[in-house]
Design a protein around this ligand. Sequence first.
Ligand SMILES: [Zn+2]
Length: 160
Amino acid sequence: MSSTELVHPQLSRVFLDGQRLYLPTEELIDALLQDPQLAGRPLGVGRLFGQFVSLARQTPGVRVALGDAREPNKPFILYHVVEVGGALRRVVLEGQTCFACGWRGMTGNARDLALYEGSEDPLGHVRAALEEPSLACPTCGVALTRACIWLHSVAPGAER
Ligand SMILES: [Zn+2]
């Protein structure tokens, strides 16, 4: 099933949604940007790793994680993870604007099936995420267009 555990001094390991994920240090990420492979396995495909890293580095609280595919010897799957209530969660990052007050921010959506690729029961994780309440705009409290479990404010919006 999943590949042999990778041991590297600059990788910490977490177990999330029944899947082992690796969290590289910033120093290792710098090295991987030059040569995007680890233990002979590529990271994502093409320029994707660089895009993942730049989005994470632009958004405080976001980290890049690597995970094994369900089949051995496939490229590492890339994830963005954030901390919610003391636990790591995988999210799709989306830029959003509140149409009521003008708040702008980066939000984390946990409802995308592709997020759980490589985990046990991806559909079950999506269903569980659909049951979770979505965060509202932190300035005015109006529902945001896209459901999210995490957010980072970029521009505060106008209080009424
Ligand atoms: Zn608002």
